[in-house]
Design a protein around this ligand. Structure first.
Ligand code: ADE
Ligand code: ZN
Length: 324
């Protein structure tokens, strides 16, 4: 099975580029930029990656992002992720970035997007890896701040295919961002949102109905509503599931408890993704390996999961045909 997973060309649809910042690069950037981090060694950093829920991770994750200052820093982080794509045979990737994590610290939107974009352009040139960029609003901040970010992004519209919603889900329901998503839709952005990671079924339903999203990031709580499950199946709305993340953030107790096989068997459009691989112990292939080691996934299931990602990607029908 591992050989099959390695050999299959894959697409990734749920990857936070800030979540690909490995401890080694974090140390290098902290030195380069003279930014203090609360760890002495890489081992100490890794020991701190012991999460109890989403918020316990986010606190550490936002602190880690503080070392990112220059365009070169964003380039280096993105390039390291691209090398992992190469290693794992990921040939298309749609990456999230959180502008507000950086603009709030006084880093220009331009610095962030240009560093990421230049690395992605180089990935296409050197390895033929195709990519898109999706910017996420931080849902613990206000809709007004999301509007500011959307307005800043308009100058870079050519380089940003879509808008997403991430950060602390509980207590920050989709309704809070209804108006800004309406504007993003009018501007021609594709729409996605994290929903049903920790939040209940209503977060998924509201993300679909109020925000008009085209893909659901996570969505594993859908299993708790038969009505929603039927809708997701009938409309083939993609779910970008992130197994390692769900285990590390205690959404499920262990891989054997993960519901991905049930979701897939029900007929949902399920994809596998790495979310924040530097924090959750592994990139794309490792997510597949962990699933296969613990769940009765068949060869056909693996192929289906991989095909679903290409089917659900924000790419032209022509490129889809080429990849499928
Ligand atoms: N930001 C980075 N990873 C996230 C996740 N899994 N859920 C919500 N926000 C995030
Ligand atoms: Zn995520």
């Amino acid at each position: 099975m591992k050989d099959l997973i390695k050999a299959l060309p894959k697409a990734e649809l749920h990857l936070h580029i800030e979540g690909s910042l490995e401890p080694e690069l974090m140390f290098e950037l902290s030195k380069r930029n003279n930014i203090k981090i609360p760890y002495k060694t890489v081992e100490e950093v890794k020991a701190a990656y012991n999460f109890t829920n989403l918020q316990s991770f986010l606190d550490i994750y936002y602190a880690g992002a503080n070392v990112l200052i220059t365009k070169q820093d964003f380039y280096d982080m993105t390039w390291e992720y691209i090398l992992k794509c190469k290693e794992d045979n990921v040939i298309h990737t749609e990456i999230f970035f959180d502008p507000q994590t950086h603009t709030q610290r006084g880093i220009a939107f331009e610095t962030v997007i240009s560093g990421i974009k230049e690395a992605l352009d180089e990935a296409k040139k050197q390895f033929g890896i195709t990519s898109e960029i999706i910017m996420c609003f931080l849902r613990h901040l206000s809709q007004e701040e999301a509007f500011e970010t959307l307005n800043q992004s308009l100058a870079y519209k050519n380089n940003i295919i879509g808008v997403g919603l991430d950060s602390s889900e509980l207590g920050n329901p989709p309704k809070k961002f209804e108006e800004v998503f309406k504007k993003a839709k009018n501007e021609g952005f594709k729409l996605v949102a994290h929903a049903g990671e920790e939040g209940d079924v209503s977060y998924i339903e509201d993300a679909l109905d109020l925000l008009q999203i085209q893909r659901i990031d996570h969505g594993v709580q859908a299993i708790n509503s038969e009505t929603l499950m039927k809708r997701l199946k009938d409309e083939q709305i993609p779910l970008t599931v992130c197994p390692n993340s769900n285990i590390e953030l205690k959404v499920f107790e262990n891989y054997k408890e993960h519901n991905i096989k049930e979701l897939l068997d029900f007929g949902l459009n399920i994809t596998v993704n790495s979310d924040d691989p530097a924090y959750f112990k592994g990139y794309m292939n490792q997510n597949f390996y962990n699933l296969c080691d613990n769940l009765p996934l068949s060869k056909e299931d693996i192929i289906k999961l991989v095909k679903n990602s290409f089917k659900s990607a924000f790419i032209s029908d022509k490129l889809k045909e080429e990849y499928l």
